[in-house]
Every structure is written in structure tokens, then in C-alpha cells.
Design a protein around this ligand. Structure first.
Ligand code: NAD
Length: 350
């Protein structure tokens, strides 16, 4: 079956889908947008452009759509598209509340159309390398995972700076980072959520956040995103009871994990004088008592998400990005906003 894709919202990400989907053997046939300039661009890229949604949805032979508009209209466009017989891959965040998501899933069940979400960062190399080291037990039992993304751009642009359109960093990077971490612990409950959402540059939406999640019999998860943080901190920092992992950036070019090496050399037998004062616990470790390991090689391919959707449409595969996983992240995000609003930690079972 030829897979023919229509793009709703041919902005930054819509353009990206237009360039990327063909790599998975998908043909991009049509685009719908409310901005004539974006439609001109789609035409220039050989895509049939529509300024009318109903006409677009009738495009001959189109079997599925990607929705890459601002977040506030994801629900309405998803439901209309499924109603018109399209399978849907909606951009993250799928929508802005659990109730809305439940309505979208109900429409998918009613119409029999597939509904999935473009959680492409499940295929990011840094995430998969971290996950491999953790899941293979290379640093022992994991006690704490820090996931961090810092940039210096500061101000948001366009719809991203308004809460009513679903702006702010929780609904931007946060969605990816929570999806990644919860994906590692599908059967372990989050029991406590504490979130601080701030605006460093006096905006209407969060341009900085720090969230701490407690897992039942699992590690403490810290997620921090800043758009105005001028020194980089590692993308991942993981503490285990047999070692420590650090991955500096998305490309995994710098980083590794370090473990103790058991030798006859005492780590710090006596109190050592350091610039921070006398110490034993914090004394520099003799080099022969520790060992560095390189990060493992992991191959990842973002097109797998499209290939999976094609496989599901052909009845050959199960969805990778499943509705209940999307719901769990949205449930968590609702509690994050509540925790920030009330400035307290909240007990949950998510
Ligand atoms: P954008 O502003 O660049 O593009 C949005 C486009 O939607 C614009 O062309 C706009 O004219 C159009 N639009 C607005 N309202 C519309 C409507 N009612 N009907 C049809 N078109 C409409 O935004 P963007 O950066 O491309 O983000 C779009 C979506 O993609 C958001 O949900 C965002 O969270 C998501 N996104 C995902 C990733 C990822 O890595 N998965 C990355 C960036 C953005």
C-alpha cells in the first residue's frame, strides 16, 4: 500500500516532516496551513497546498496526516481528521489536558483510525546510550538520574510565549524529557512530584523549570530546562551505587562512566588538606583507584517512528508510541503545573 501523508501546519516542524517522512518511504502529497506564506513554501517544495481544511482532507489517496500546529488546536484538528478517515500522528504535546486526550482516543476507537504522537526523542542517541548503560547495570543500582537541557536563546517567539496556545518549556522540551524517563519505568509508579516553574526573562510562560520525581523503589529523577543558562551542564548525570555516568551533549562525543578500581592503594587513609579544607570523604581519589569506561555505541534512527506507523497501518506491527504512555505523561504534566502553582510537593500514583 502506498503511504500518502498530508501535513497540517506547514511551519518549522511541518516542513521538517515534509523533508523527513520520505526517508521512511512515505510520499508527502498535501499541506494545509492558515498562513499563505507557508502554503507558498509548500508549493515550492512540490506539495499540493490547501487553505481549506475540508478540501485538504478530501485529497485523493491521502491515508494519514501529521498535525504540526500550535498545541491548542491539536485536539480539534485530530478529531476532524480522524472523522474524515485519516490516521493521525499528532505532534507533542498531543494536547494540553488528560480530558482532551481521552476525547481524542475515544474518537480513534470510534472511527477505527490510528492515533499516535510524534515522540521522536525516544530515538535520540544520548537517551539510548544512557539507557543502555543504566539497563545493563554498568553503574550498579541507579539512585539518581539528572536530565538537563540548557540553552541561551532566552525569549520565546510567536505562539510559544502564550499560555493559551500551549507555550512554555514544560509543554515544549518537558514533554520529551518526561516521556523518555517514564518510558524507562513503565511499571514503576511516580509517587511524588515537586516542580518549580519560573520565568527568568519576565515572560508569560515558563522559560525555566526544575522538576523532581520520586519513583516507588526507583531512582530519584531530576529534570531541568533553562533557556537562559550560559554555562553548559551535562545532558545526563546518573549516580549508581557502583559508578557514575556523564553524557555531555546530544552527540555523545564527550562523556563516559567511571567506576572504582579495587587496588591496594587506600582511597584516603588520612585526612587530606585541600583548598576546601581538611577532608577524607571529598579527598581527590588516587588515579589508580578509579577506572573510566567509554560510552557504548548505539545506533538510532528517527525514521523508525514513521516506519512503525506504516507497519501499523498495514496491520503488521503494534504502535510504539501508545495512547496509555501519552496519557501518563499528560497526567504527570497536570500535576507538575499544580505543584508549581501551589508551591508544594504532591503525592501521586502515576
Ligand atoms: P510553527 O509556529 O513554526 O508552525 C506552526 C504552523 O501551524 C504555522 O505555519 C502556522 O501558520 C500553522 N497554524 C497555526 N494555526 C493553525 C491552524 N488552526 N490550522 C492549520 N495551521 C495552523 O511551530 P512549530 O515549531 O512547527 O511547532 C508546531 C508543533 O510541533 C507544536 O506542537 C510543537 O510542540 C511541535 N514540535 C515538535 C518538535 C519535536 O521534536 N517533536 C519540535 C518542534 C516543534
Amino acid at each position: 500500500m502506498g503511504m500518502k501523508l498530508g501535513i497540517i501546519g506547514y511551519g518549522g516542524m511541518g516542513y521538517w516532516h515534509g523533508e523527513y517522512a520520505p526517508r521512511a518511504g512515505v510520499e508527502v502529497v498535501a499541506a494545509y496551513d492558515v498562513d499563505p506564506k507557508r502554503l507558498e513554501m509548500a508549493k515550492d517544495n512540490g506539495i499540493e497546498a490547501y487553505d481549506n481544511l475540508d478540501e485538504f482532507l478530501k485529497h485523493d489517496g491521502m491515508n494519514f496526516v501529521v498535525i504540526a500546529t500550535p498545541n491548542d488546536v491539536h485536539k480539534e484538528l485530530t478529531i476532524k481528521s480522524m472523522h474524515a478517515g485519516m490516521h493521525v500522528m499528532v505532534e507533542k504535546p498531543a494536547t494540553m489536558s488528560v480530558t482532551d486526550w481521552d476525547d481524542m482516543v475515544a474518537e480513534s476507537e470510534k472511527t477505527g483510525q490510528i492515533l499516535t504522537v510524534h515522540q521522536n526523542r525516544r530515538w535520540d542517541k544520548d537517551y539510548n546510550v544512557m539507557r543502555k548503560v543504566v539497563e545493563e547495570g554498568k553503574i550498579g543500582e541507579v539512585l539518581s538520574i539528572e536530565s538537563r537541557v540548557f540553552g541561551t536563546g532566552g525569549a520565546f517567539f510567536g505562539w510559544r510565549s502564550f499560555p493559551e496556545y500551549g507555550g512554555g518549556m514544560i509543554l515544549d522540551w518537558g514533554v520529551h524529557l518526561f516521556d523518555q524517563l517514564l518510558g524507562m519505568y513503565p511499571d514503576i509508579k511516580v509517587t511524588n512530584v515537586y516542580a518549580k516553574l519560573m520565568t527568568v526573562l519576565d515572560q508569560k510562560v515558563d522559560d525555566y523549570f526544575k522538576v523532581t520525581l520520586t519513583l516507588e523503589n526507583g531512582p530519584l529523577l531530576h529534570v531541568e530546562v533553562g533557556t537562559y543558562a550560559f554555562y553548559k551542564l551535562p545532558r545526563w548525570y546518573v549516580i549508581g551505587n557502583e559508578g557514575t555516568l556523564q553524557i555531555d551533549d546530544f552527540d555523545c562525543e564527550k562523556g563516559g562512566y567511571m567506576k572504582p578500581r579495587y587496588t591496594d592503594t587506600p582511597v584516603a587513609e588520612v585526612v587530606v588538606m585541600t583548598s576546601a579544607g581538611p577532608t577524607r570523604m571529598m579527598a581527590p581519589r588516587p588515579p589508580e583507584t578509579k577506572e573510566d569506561f567509554p560510552l557504548p555505541e548505539v545506533e538510532t534512527d528517527w525514521t523508525e517512528l514513521y516506519q512503525n506507523l506504516v507497519g501499523v497501518m498495514e496491520g503488521k506491527e503494534d504502535l510504539i508510541v501508545k495512547p496509555h504512555q501519552v496519557r501518563r505523561v499528560l497526567e504527570l504534566i497536570e500535576v507538575i503545573f499544580q505543584s508549581a502553582e501551589e508551591d508544594r510537593s504532591i503525592e501521586v500514583r502515576i
